[in-house]
Structure formats: structure tokens, C-alpha cells
Design a protein around this ligand. Sequence first.
Ligand code: UDP
Ligand code: MG
Length: 332
Amino acid sequence: MPRATLTVVVAAFNEEDALPVLQSRLAAVLDGMDLDAQVLYVDDGSRDRSWQVMQELAARDPRVQLLRLSRNFGKELALTAGLDRVDSDAAVVLDADGQDPPELIPQLVARWQAGFDVVYGTRTSRAGESWLKRTTASTFYRLMGRMSDTGIPADTGDFRLMSRRVLVALRGLRERQRFMKGLFAWVGYPQVAFPYERHPRLAGRSKFSYWRLWNFALEGITGFSTAPLRVATYAGLATALLAFAYGSWIIAKTLLWGDPVQGWPTTMAVILFLGGVQLMALGTIGEYLGRLYIEAKQRPLYLVQDWRPGDASPAPGARLPPAGTARPAGQE
Ligand code: UDP
Ligand code: MG
């Protein structure tokens, strides 16, 4: 029986200091495993020396594959680009900054070999992250869980292992609005959680400001739930009912006691309140419409500047269908 093959996909954006450390840890782990492993680094348009560092790593280790995007597309797309090029039995996704310890890969693989298609890491601790980040993250996951039909597991990062059929399925999901955790969950198949302790960064700083995280949360919610659109319906319905009751009261009052002109404050309050609610509803529709517009343009998800499959990779003629053409059985 041929040995199983595994590719570790690492998206990196300005990680020149972390990459060499990560690679030596990864190499040590992979050396000790009974499978043919490769490491695919995706340079997401780094502006530091990351690409040079990656080339040095590739020169030293034939297992290293390199992919360079034409600019910074963001982590989700960098991961997509990497996963599109994986041609092994399973892929592991790992952060370049060492927050997802590579030493855990053998345990992920063990669960995969036990029959699970997706083994996803859930964080038991978030060392080195502020209270605010931890609370906002957990609130987001709870909210997401209630709003979306796709059960997106809480406190789950991108650290995970995926089997080949999951990779194929992911290739069929070519939406531009990529909330990877959601897509991973949407695919289904036997999945199992893997609790682990998230380490602090090896070097450099987080690329995710709160503003970016907020936008990320919006992507997640709009990508996997239409509940916000329905909120407008129910808010409108509730307001209409209240307005009807209040209107009847005004009519009754006028009939009974006449109509002395009065009530400027109430009128203003109602106008301002309704104006606000309407603008919010319009804004919500706008969020979805904007995303629909982006999807409608059908631009490629990412552009590749450089692709180096590495010396140890199997002969060309990928066994997996190329991205965008794959349609898992039962779809369409
Ligand atoms: N990353 C990327 N493109 C980006 C931003 C980040 O490929 O535009 C990579 C980054 O190099 C790291 C991973 O995504 O490997 C996670 O990023 P970061 O550590 O900044 O996020 P955090 O762990 O703080 O959520
Ligand atoms: Mg990190």
C-alpha cells in the first residue's frame, strides 16, 4: 500500500521572522511521521522579506512548495489558493506565526486515520490575546451559531485537517465572499473537534485590527445567514402593529374630546425613530446587495505570480481536478 500523502498549507503575510522558526518545527514533526509530507507556503503579497525567506527554505528542503499571489488578497483567499493546489490525501492548514502548534499534526492525522474527514482545532485558551478580543470573538461565535443554519463551531480557527473529498468539495465553492470557517462547516462529512491551546505569536504582530475583525464578522454573518434581512421585516411588522394601536387611540381620542393641536414631541420622536429604523433596514439590504454585486462580477478569486511545486512533488497531471471545475457528486 502506498504511503499516505499530506500537505501542510501555510498562508503568510509579512512573516519573515516567524517562517524559519515554523519551518524547522514543522520539518522536525514531519520527519517523525510515517507519511509523505509537503509544506506549501503561500505568500499573500508580503511587503517584507517573506518571499526571499521562503525561497531559502525551499532551497534547503525539497518538501517545500511555494506559491506567491500577485498582491495581498487576505488570509481566506491565500488559503483558498493554497488548498486549490494541494494534491494529497489530506491537507492541514496552519498559521505562519506558530499560534497553531505544528507538534499537534500527528494527533490530527491520527483522528483522520480513524475515519474523520475534518479535524478542526478549537481553542481552549487564547494566550496573549486581550480580554476585548476574547469577548468579542466569543460573542461573535455565539451570535453566528444562532443566526446561521450551517453549524459553525465556536472558537474554531483555521487550524484543521481536511481529507481529499473535503478538498474536492471546497473546490466547488467558488464564492468570492469567503468565510472559510463557514465553508469548512458547510461541506459536512464526519467532523471532529480537537481542543488545543493556542500559543502566542512567534514574532511580528497580528494583522487583524478590530476594524478588520468587524468586517470579517460581517462577511461571516452575511455569507451564512439571511437573518438580518428578516429582522427588518419583523421590526416593520412590530412597528406597524404599534402604529395601528396608537392610531386607533388617536382617532378615538379626537372623536371623544376634540382635537386641540398638541403633540409635537411625540410626532418628532416617532418620525426620528422610524427614520432611524428605515435607514438601518436599508443599510442591511445594502450590505447584501453590495456582496451580490461583487459576486456578480465573477472576477477570479486570486491571481498567482509564482508557483513552485517543489522537487519532491509527484509528476504533473494532478489527480485532483483543477479549481473551479470540480463539482462534488450530487451537486448541480
Ligand atoms: N495572513 C495572510 N494574509 C493576510 C493576513 C494574515 O496570509 O492578509 C496570515 C498571517 O500571516 C498568519 C495568519 O494569516 O499566518 C493569521 O494571521 P494573524 O496571526 O495576523 O491573525 P490572528 O492570529 O491574530 O487572528
Ligand atoms: Mg496569529
